[in-house]
Ligand binder design. Sequence first.
Ligand code: NAD
Length: 495
Amino acid sequence: MTDQSQIDALRDIEISPRSLLIDGKTTAASDGATLDVISPLNGRVLTTTAAGTADDATRAIASARAAFEDGRWRNMPPAERKKIMLKWADLIEAEALELAVMGVRDNGTEIGMALRAEPGSAVGTLRWYAEAIDKIYGEIAPTAPEFLGLIHHEPIGVVAAIIPWNFPLMIAAWKLGPALAAGNSVVLKPSETASLSLIRLCELALEAGLPPGVLNVITGEGRVVGEALSTSMDVDVIAFTGSGGTGRKLMMASAQSNMKRCYLELGGKSANVVFADTKDLAQAAAVSAAGIFRNSGQVCVAGSRLLVERSIHDEFVEALGRAAATMKVGDPLDLSTQAGAINNATQLDQNLQFVETAQAEGGTLFQGGTQILRNTGGYFMEPTIITDVAQSHSVAQKEVFGPVLAVTPFDTEEEAVRLANATNYGLAGGVWTNDISRAHRMVRAMHTGVVHVNTYGGPDVTVPMGGVKQSGNGADKSLHAFGKFLDLKTAWFKL
Ligand code: NAD
């Protein structure tokens, strides 16, 4: 168990400037440029990272390609590769606290959640895929007797993994686990506003024995480094998590370059549907509050639309409001904090703008809605509930990616389904009911990648995570994720 004094001992330690990682070596950007890392805890410069250039991205891709072509990783016996990945997970586990605190100072997530969801989750994910390395078999097709049809699974080549700021270690591990376990090489691009702990996580891979060039890290601006990766003729797969706007650019870049595969994990506007027959409404309210307000709503699957049966609407919203009002928002490095900082000043401004627009469009500000703890210099916002939201309102259609909940009542199951599906997104959702048949009907009817039933959040690495509609394609997690990083090859023999 981590105690507060261990965290406090790390909260102010100096973080040295971070470099790129190319071909197993740390290196400055080709033009020496750096980016300031601003801490959302106090608005101050924490350190700098290298502002990678397009040339740096090209060098990293070349290093990844060379590593792939000479087979230093993909042709290593599976049991050896597994050993290295397991050792990597052990090294991360040994540094979990340092990684979590550095990550929180960089991105603002509350430390209690960061410890579990960041190094904790990354360790579990990397171990899970490491264990799978020597358990993936080819297949023999059921052919006529004079033929033999073999199906091989082959690594694809160079994967560009582009990562957002909300859970950098967890999400990177969802890409790195299966991509590396499958034998590919990777160029990883962290977010400008959450790169520090991820750079360290990748350095630990080298310490664990991952051969140079197999994993390269390019920090810097998305429009420079990300674009160089997405337009490259020598990247085979993009594995992206981030916003829909960037996702669109990646697909266009793919079409305009080498038609690289583009797997996108994008945003959501997930409906959390509460029926009046829910067994424990108080618990449903508390879990639903956590499902939107933890990490200050900066969770792609956040239940940001509450659809609640009209007969319990007022009672439920009151209960949820009480749960939200008692959540401790503030110092992300305090173990008792339940919602930390907004990642950056621009995001905070956007959140506040959403609240204004929601009211202008006819919504009612039930609770919250303002910036708090200004004296810290950091970016904090109250958990915010907006009622009387119609599906045409922006706050019902657009992802806020902040602590803002839009509430809409419904009268029938049919209406609940219609409202739940009435956005362009399809990432996640929730259903609360004591009727097992209704729960199954809702799971079938909701057009999303994940449906939580009588809970919200927390599916582990054993199940896929991915969106439908404009929430993306392909899935992270589970054995299905290998499909993105392995090609099928048929060998057809005449016997
Ligand atoms: P973003 O799209 O702004 O940035 C994501 C990454 O893309 C960053 O590394 C950024 O540098 C890079 N990038 C930016 N412009 C680029 C370009 N032109 N070409 C290539 N790369 C570029 O997203 P964000 O603000 O970091 O993250 C928040 C978004 O991520 C939200 O929409 C959220 O819902 C989504 N998200 C989705 C999931 C999921 O699993 N579906 C998980 C977490 C976050």
